[in-house]
Design a binder for this molecule. Structure first.
Ligand SMILES: Nc1nc2c(ncn2[C@@H]2O[C@H](COP(=O)(O)OP(=O)(O)OP(=O)(O)O)[C@@H](O)[C@H]2O)c(=O)[nH]1
Ligand SMILES: [Mg+2]
Length: 101
């Protein structure tokens, strides 16, 4: 944990230095990154071809069967996992189709 704090502070310093140059856009992105670091948040992305064992790896890292695994294609959409007090699932539809009679 102490090493994490050391690395985080080092990153903060690097971000602060490179924020002094660059465009408004890059400064905005760096500010967002700095804010995430302060909040202790980061995204770990696991991606790969179908049926390569991604879900099996995630379950092994979490120490629990959180995402389903199978020999047929399964996790075919972007799936976001977050820590919470109790297990919950939210499904968000990006598109809504109008049903016509
Ligand atoms: N032999 C072997 N089988 C594995 C390994 N990891 C996963 N599997 C098996 O491979 C199959 C696919 O694993 P998944 O974890 O569902 O793969 P996935 O990449 O999440 O698949 P999709 O989400 O459908 O793309 C399952 O039957 C697992 O049991 C491994 O390291 N060795
Ligand atoms: Mg999967």
């Amino acid at each position: 944990m102490a090493q994490y704090a050391l690395i985080r502070d080092g990153l903060e310093n690097i971000i602060a230095k490179i924020s002094q140059t660059g465009t408004d856009y890059s400064r905005k992105r760096l500010d967002e990154l700095s804010e995430k670091l302060k909040q202790g948040q980061f995204n770990l992305v696991i991606m790969g071809q179908f049926k390569r064992g991604k879900s099996t790896l995630i379950n092994a890292l979490l120490g629990a069967e959180v995402v389903p695994t199978s020999i047929v294609p399964l996790t075919s959409i972007i799936t976001v996992l977050r820590f919470g007090g109790q297990p919950k699932v939210f499904v968000r539809y990006l598109y809504q189709f109008a049903i016509k009679n």
